[in-house]
Design a protein around this ligand. Structure first.
Ligand SMILES: [Zn+2]
Length: 440
């Protein structure tokens, strides 16, 4: 196994031998059994990926094992905005091939923002009476959408997703698209919505999303999907309390599908301290917390208060490391709180001026847990493979470093109820032998 790997992928093999642990899963199996099943599948798939699926042309160009501390940013690197012509498109797709095959974890995906142009067109075709000015033009623009047009996309989405059947359709389409992109574990997040005109209640909304997740599972899609119920800060603390109650009920009744709570929405609306009570209540009830924090500058006070909870993951954290003091960074590091990073989203919404200035570089350099995510893949016309490629290109990371980044993100998932079965144990042991052969 090792010689085969060395011949075909010398850089990856050398990198694995020199610095990767043989297999960390047994420790977890002995202690908490945390997510072992996902790890087994992941490890197995990764071994297979390294050994057979990617040709020599896919070898990383940068030197092996570049230290994080020396990680350079590529000045002026921009997201892969449209390339013209079919040749360039084909070349882009070839470059993306490795990342499409890489098994990935997506932990920051807002259901409504993830709706693709194709799904939007399906929904619009079902509602011919709906008058949406320039709707099709904006949808067809894809990556060329301006920030204003991205906001317009959210408005269109709001108008075309008023019925439970719409919610079922978008949930299933979004899950299928993530699966097609090589995402093997997905945490979707969504704010429960009520719609008087169709009689949809918040409870019905959540139930429909869960139905979509269940149907995808029954259809055999190779993706494990969980749900975070979202608090929109614009709706205020009273609604947040109701949302927590609803989330608590679903936490108890869905056998681990609803795993946590998202705190998001307009970062200028309200103050984080007003949401402490419901967030603490949620934490006590066993819901994991993923909080959008420091998305805009000068929110140190609010961020510090919310970091005191502490959250289980941070969304964006764009300005955590640019505050006057290092206090926020210290708090995040002390608690080892993973940060969900969404590069294209930050560039499109103009909270980060260019890719090379993205805070991924800072957190990765200091070895802090980070996970690459898409945020709103439909609205920002991206997918997780493109985000991986963009980060690799911007910061000159090798494919084995990107593989590590993807693998490590399993540590930050919220699911914890995957059960040990005898079959699973065999796969687990087979996998370990394989990993030992590969890396030892
Ligand atoms: Zn977000």
């Amino acid at each position: 196994m090792k010689w085969l790997l060395s011949l075909t992928y010398p850089e990856v093999a050398a990198d694995l031998s020199s610095r990767r642990p043989v297999c960390r899963a047994p420790l977890r199996l002995a202690s908490t059994c945390r997510c072992w099943s996902t790890e087994v599948r992941w490890r197995w798939t990764s071994c297979r990926l390294l050994n057979s699926n990617v040709g020599p042309a896919a070898l990383p160009a940068a030197p092996v094992g570049a230290e994080r501390a020396r990680l350079p940013g590529r000045a002026g690197a921009e997201p892969p905005w449209p390339s013209s012509g079919t040749v360039m498109a084909a070349e882009r797709e070839r470059q993306l091939c490795f990342y499409r095959q890489l098994p990935k974890v997506e932990l920051h995906a807002h259901l409504n923002g993830c709706i693709s142009s194709a799904t939007m067109k399906k929904l619009m075709a079902q509602k011919p009476d709906l008058q949406i000015q320039n709707g099709m033009t904006v949808i067809d623009k894809g990556k060329k959408r301006t920030l204003e047009e991205c906001f317009q996309m959210f408005q269109i989405i709001y108008q075309i997703t008023t019925r439970t059947e719409d919610i079922l359709l978008i949930t299933k389409d979004v899950i299928k698209e993530f699966a097609d992109d090589g995402v093997r574990y997905l945490e979707l997040r969504s704010t429960p919505r009520e719609e008087e005109s169709t009689g949809m209640t918040k409870r019905m909304y959540v139930e429909t999303v869960l139905e979509g997740i269940k149907e995808c599972k029954e259809e055999g899609l190779d993706i494990d999907v969980r749900l975070l119920i979202a608090i929109n800060r614009r709706c205020g603390p009273a609604v947040a309390k109701q949302t927590v109650k609803l989330a608590e009920e679903f936490l108890l009744s869905t056998d681990g599908v609803v795993v946590g709570l998202d705190f998001s929405g307009d970062p200028t609306a309200g103050h984080g301290k007003d949401f402490l009570e419901p967030l603490l209540e949620a934490k006590k009830a066993g819901l994991k917390l993923a909080l959008h924090l420091s998305e805009i500058p000068n929110q140190e006070e609010e961020t510090k208060i919310l970091l005191g909870l502490p959250p289980d993951r941070i969304g964006h954290g764009t300005f955590l490391n640019s505050a006057d003091s290092e206090e926020l960074v210290l708090l995040v590091r002390q608690n080892q709180i993973p940060i969900e990073l969404c590069m294209t989203s930050n560039i499109k919404t103009q909270t980060v001026p260019s890719c090379d200035k993205h805070h991924f570089g800072y957190w990765y350099n200091i070895g802090h847990p980070t996970v690459l995510c898409t945020d709103d893949k439909g609205v920002f016309a991206t997918d997780l493979s493109q985000e991986y490629e963009l980060v690799a290109k911007t910061f000159n990371l090798t494919r084995s470093q990107m593989w590590d980044l993807s693998y490590d993100s399993i540590n930050y998932i919220f699911a914890s109820n995957l059960k040990l079965s005898e079959d699973g144990l065999h796969s687990f042991l087979d996998c370990c032998s394989m990993c030992i052969l590969v890396s030892g």
